[in-house]
Structures are given as C-alpha cells and as structure tokens.
Ligand binder design. Structure first.
Ligand SMILES: [Zn+2]
Length: 202
C-alpha cells in the first residue's frame, strides 16, 4: 500500500495527507474523528478467499433444497428458484420478481463484481473497467436483501411448524452462512487498494 497520499474526510470534507500508515493501522480525521482509511492486513487475500467461499455457498444455496414439509403422506421439498417459480405460477409475479432480484440475482452480481476486481489485484494487475464495476457494485448493493428474505422464511417456518413437520434443507444453512460471509467481505475489502492500482498504472 502506498503510504503517502491525500484523502478527504467523507463526513466533514477536511483534506488530510496520510503518511506512513502501518499495516493494521487506521487513519482518523483530526476534526470529526471519522475513519479516513484503514490499512487492513492481507485485505486482498482475505477478501478473495471470502468471495470464493461466498460463491460456493451461493451455488449450494441454489442447488440444494431450501425447505421440506411433511404432513401425513404429503412430502414436498423446494429450492430457492423453485419458490420463485411457485410464486410466479400462483399469480404473484411481482413478489416472484422481487425475491429473484434481491435474493438471487443481486447477491450473485455482487460476488462476481468483487471477483472481477480482486482477481486482477491478486495478480498485481489493474482491474478491468474499475470505475464502472465499482459504481455498479455500489448501486446494486442496497438491493441485496438476503437478510429480509431469510427473516421471511423464518416467520413462515415458525407458523408452519404448528401445522406440519418442517425439515430445513442444506440451502437454508448455506444461505445463513452466505449472509455472514457477505458481511465479512464488506469489512475486509479495502477499496483504496483498487483505486491505488488504477491511479498507479494510468
Ligand atoms: Zn472529518
């Protein structure tokens, strides 16, 4: 990481020169105390490992059954995509679209766009179309609402348990882990490193 650069505080706009920030160190605004820059240890390696883990969990969450219900001789299991199809076939296409976008497509695009930045950085190369990928990633990020979907599933499970036997599937566990991994990626990735590479090779 470059150790001498200018950074503006995102809270109060005061311009600071960061000089010789050690690994694991954090730069704090002298006026308002906001964190300006955090030089995380092994940021690229950790973020890349977490992103690959995230993709594996994403595949597991989509391939394996989410839930199974058993009541007498009735046994029904569904996958995440299966639940979207059921919503669509029962006429709730708006809800189906919302679930597909917020629980499947956007988390997938989020992971892929992070990979597009992290793989070149790991290979010590400039990421392709970095400004576009960064702004795309930031604009889709608020729409990834796996936590809300998870909460919805938990509420239905609690209600269904009274009427029938509910068996949680592998996908449900992968889903919970994926939510945690996505949070870990957000805190481990130092975007400053990517911008530095972009500036350095211009
Ligand atoms: Zn400040």
């Amino acid at each position: 990481m470059q150790t001498d650069f200018l950074v503006a505080c995102h809270e109060c706009d005061l311009l600071h020169r960061i000089v010789g920030l050690p690994e694991g160190g954090t730069g704090i605004c002298s006026r308002c105390g906001a964190v300006l820059v955090s030089h995380k240890r092994n940021s690229i390696d950790r973020s890349l490992a977490l992103t690959i883990t995230g993709l594996i969990l994403f595949i597991m969450a989509n391939v394996y059954p989410l839930l199974a219900i058993k009541s007498g001789s009735l046994f029904k299991a569904t996958t995440l995509m299966g639940s979207v199809e059921v919503l669509y076939s029962t006429g709730m296409w708006q809800v189906a679209l919302l679930v597909f976008l917020t629980a499947i497509l956007i988390p997938f695009l989020d992971l892929v766009s992070r990979l597009c930045i992290l793989i070149p950085l790991k290979m010590n190369k400039k990421p392709w179309k970095l400004p576009f990928i960064m702004s795309f990633s930031q604009s889709i990020n608020p729409w990834g609402m796996m936590e809300v979907f998870m909460l919805g599933i938990l509420v239905s499970v609690v209600k269904l348990v009274k009427m029938m036997k509910v068996i949680p599937g592998i996908s449900l566990f992968a889903f919970v882990l994926l939510i945690l991994v996505l949070a870990a990626i957000a805190t481990s990735f130092d975007t400053h490193l990517a911008w530095e590479k972009e500036e350095g090779e211009r």
